[in-house]
Design a protein around this ligand. Structure first.
Ligand code: S3P
Ligand code: PEP
Length: 477
């Protein structure tokens, strides 16, 4: 692993390669008993500089597009995590060549992807929405049956729209009619495409999965979303931009309709941006513990919804400054220094994946807050509305669930066991609470390997205090 001069003071963390990550995290995700992790308490204001590994959403889109492209592609500074490892494994099973090549990233090698003739196989979706919703559409282009399954909880995540979309495209699917994994699709080696109507109100990933493969359908695709709401619009924009970078234009004649003509997907040498959604708990930490957190490599233009943190966190009381690709969040003196987080009403429909750290922050606010537009989080890695209400409640907080959101009523919090439900964002939310509440233990910090295997090391790095920062007494909350 290399560090640039800028980061020379930051200690090294071990870099896992893709396959060991898959192996190391599989037992945890499938029932192995992980040891509880005691969240480190901040003993004073933070003064941290960090860089973060590649974006899950960009890495897994670029892997799929590279697999369907007209020649070999290179992914530079990709994410190496369980979700990307599952995507790689699934694509390899279908006949795609993927090899690690040396790169200049801090967090692991680059990837060279060589398209191959696609054949039916098996897909392990793990708990990864992108794998579960993107790869079956790729497998529809393959010849032969492909079985699709995942972790125990992933069998509860909504898949009916993918299954019905496959049928709508003329692909036979064997399933048990519950609209979830497992199922088997029977690829015939080509997809005719044409017109298709789907209800993507449970996840934007249904739209993205279809658009990514649509240029390879014989007649392209005219896709219409028929549901009342469509979450995570920036993720659909990301899909459209990734396609555009490979020469594929997606027409949008009206909201909720996308038209893709049949055409080649160009091979590309692409650099993956750092994962800005994974920056969430690190940036939020500045508001709780006080002090500053600087994240390097923040893109000046991006489709990642994590960029919204730079507009959301100031509403909660943070100051944001930018210096080129460095973003600094100043949280002032933090909650124990007497400056609580400001209560807000937030519609997070565009970026539900940001909700866990924000809801946790708001448990320390100066009044009641509401987060709305996030009903679809019940179909995420776990029912995140229930999980946040339960776990914040377990520490003495009060969170009321309603259909599409949460009302967070701050109360004095105490230590306790925080359950992650195998959900990386629940695990990091527990770490965040434990930054200022003594003795919070997270049952399964290892599940952060889903998108950020380095989380525990990076969290320690966050707490590596600047020796010149003023030490202050910790006050009871
Ligand atoms: O396409 C993607 O990469 C994602 C889309 C979103 O899914 P939903 O629309 O299901 O929320 C997001 O929450 C998820 O983390 C990643
Ligand atoms: C919802 C998420 O993931 P997935 O890609 O598995 O849907 C997430 O990372 O917050």
């Amino acid at each position: 692993m290399r560090y640039s001069e800028r980061d020379a003071l930051i200690p090294e963390v071990p870099v896992p390669s893709a396959d060991p990550v898959l192996e190391a995290t599989h037992s945890r995700a499938t029932g192995g008993a992980p040891a509880a992790w005691t969240a480190p308490l901040a003993t004073g204001p933070l003064s941290a500089r960090l860089t973060l590994p590649g974006s899950k959403s960009l890495t897994n889109r670029e892997l799929v597009l590279a697999a369907l492209a007209d020649g070999p592609s290179t992914l530079r500074r990709p994410l190496h995590s369980r979700d990307s490892a599952l995507m790689i494994e699934g694509l390899r099973n279908l006949g795609v060549g993927i090899e690690e090549i040396p790169g200049d990233g801090e967090f692991g090698p680059d990837l060279r992807v060589t398209p191959g003739e696609l054949h039916g196989s098996s897909i392990d979706g793990g708990l990864a929405g992108t794998v579960m919703r993107f790869l079956p559409i790729v497998a529809a282009l393959a010849l032969g049956p492909t079985s699709v399954d995942g972790d125990p909880y992933a069998r509860k995540r909504p898949m009916a729209t993918t299954i019905e979309a496959l049928r709508g495209l003329g692909i036979e699917v064997s399933d048990d009619g519950r609209g979830t994994m497992p199922f088997t699709l029977h690829g015939t080696g080509e997809v005719a495409g044409g017109e298709l109507a789907i209800d993507a109100s449970a996840s934007s990933q249904f739209v993205s999965g279809l658009l990514l493969a649509a240029p390879r359908f014989r007649n392209g695709l005219t896709l219409r979303h028929t549901g009342e709401r469509l979450p995570s619009l920036p993720h659909i924009r990301m899909t459209i931009e990734c396609l555009a970078a490979r020469g594929v234009r997606v027409e949008e004649p009206e909201p909720g309709v996308w038209v893709v003509a049949p055409q080649p997907i160009r091979a590309l040498d692409v650099q993956i941006e750092p994962d800005l959604s994974n920056a969430g708990p690190f940036l939020a930490a500045a508001l709780l513990a006080g002090g500053t957190v600087t994240v390097g490599g923040w893109p000046t233009e991006t489709t990642q919804v994590g960029d919204e943190l730079l507009r959301i966190l100031p509403r909660l009381g943070a100051t944001v400054t930018r210096d080129g690709e460095r973003v600094t969040i100043d949280g002032g003196v933090g909650v124990r220094g007497g400056a609580p987080v400001r209560a807000v009403d937030l519609d997070l429909a565009i970026g539900g994946e940001l909700a866990p750290p924000i809801a946790t922050l708001l448990a320390f606010a100066d009044g009641t807050s509401r987060i709305t537009g996030i009903g679809h989080l019940r179909g995420h890695e776990t029912d995140r509305l229930a999980a946040l209400a339960t776990e914040i409640g377990r520490l003495g907080g009060e969170v009321v669930e309603f259909d599409d959101g949460l009302e967070i009523r701050p109360r004095p919090l105490h230590g306790g066991a925080w359950e992650a439900y195998a959900d990386h964002r629940m695990a990091t939310a527990g770490a965040l609470a434990g930054l200022v509440v003594p003795e919070v233990t997270v049952d399964d910090i290892g599940c952060t390997a889903k998108t950020l295997p380095e989380f525990p090391e990076l969290w320690d790095r966050l707490l590596d205090r600047d020796p010149h920062a003023t030490r202050w007494e910790s006050l009871p909350l």
